[in-house]
Write a protein that binds this ligand. Structure first.
Ligand SMILES: *Cc1c(COP(=O)(O)O)cnc(C)c1O
Length: 236
């Protein structure tokens, strides 16, 4: 876990981020209200998360199923997303507790989500994860596979594709990720233009604490921020 953040530290972090969001939106000619700020809350304690929610955070994302379930009952009045690597056998644990699964990385996982959503009589919204840097260590569809994946998953029952998500390679400077963000945006716009049934393609989730301004100028409309809001984590 991380050391508990003081209210004052959060307030300061949040204020700076809102300014940076505004600037990034302005410089790309967009409305800041069209950009979703999601707090990545892994390792953050429920009190701090609730403080953030009371301060104006409307979206949170957790990474690990076990940690999500431990905290879930204490967290209310916020949109909950799942953003971490999801194992097929854990889908049933979160299917009725989150609004969006951002990290659908395989057809097998999508099929299980479809199955569990059908069981719960709900439609589950998802983003498909693209391994935009083609990294061995990361999951997700490659830039080549993603088109076929959207088609295939859009045909499953009770699953709705709202967009794409990406975690580019760890880079020394935010600028070095610009090419990946630009490539993601191109794929996103291209797929959206095909107007595939059971998909809307209106969310492009990319950009984290170090590079969210660059991501926004390249088209992101959902950024996931952990460290910038809550301070450094002791473990990832
Ligand atoms: C932890 C995490 C983030 C936030 O990372 P920071 O660099 O701390 O902002 C965003 N997305 C995912 C999927 C994460 O696991």
């Amino acid at each position: 876990m991380m050391e508990k953040l003081s209210a004052k530290e959060f307030d300061e972090n949040y204020k700076v981020i809102l300014e940076q969001l505004n600037n990034a939106a302005l410089s790309s000619g967009r409305n800041v209200d069209d950009i979703i700020l999601l707090a990545a809350t892994k390792t953050v304690d429920p009190d701090t998360i609730n403080y953030a929610i009371n301060s104006g955070i409307k979206y949170i994302g957790e990474n690990k199923v076990q940690e999500f379930l431990q905290k879930n009952d204490e967290i209310i009045n916020v949109h909950k997303h799942f953003i971490g690597h999801l194992q097929t056998n854990k889908v049933k644990d979160i299917i009725d507790k989150v609004e969006l699964i951002q990290s659908v990385h395989s057809i097998k996982l999508a099929k299980e989500i479809s199955k569990q959503a059908t069981k719960h009589n709900k439609e589950m919204s998802v983003l498909l994860e693209v391994n935009i840097g083609n990294e061995e260590s990361k999951s997700g569809f490659s830039a080549e596979e993603i088109y076929e994946a959207v088609h295939e998953i859009s045909e499953l029952d009770n699953i709705f594709i709202k967009g794409l998500m990406a975690i580019p390679p760890i880079c020394d400077t935010p600028e070095s990720n610009r090419k990946y963000f630009a490539k993601m945006n191109k794929i996103f716009v291209d797929i959206r233009s095909k107007k595939i049934d059971n998909s809307s393609m209106d969310i492009l989730s990319m950009g984290m604490s170090d590079d969210f301004s660059v991501a926004i100028t390249e088209g992101a409309n959902l950024v996931r921020l952990g460290t910038a809001l809550f301070g450094k984590r002791i473990y990832k």
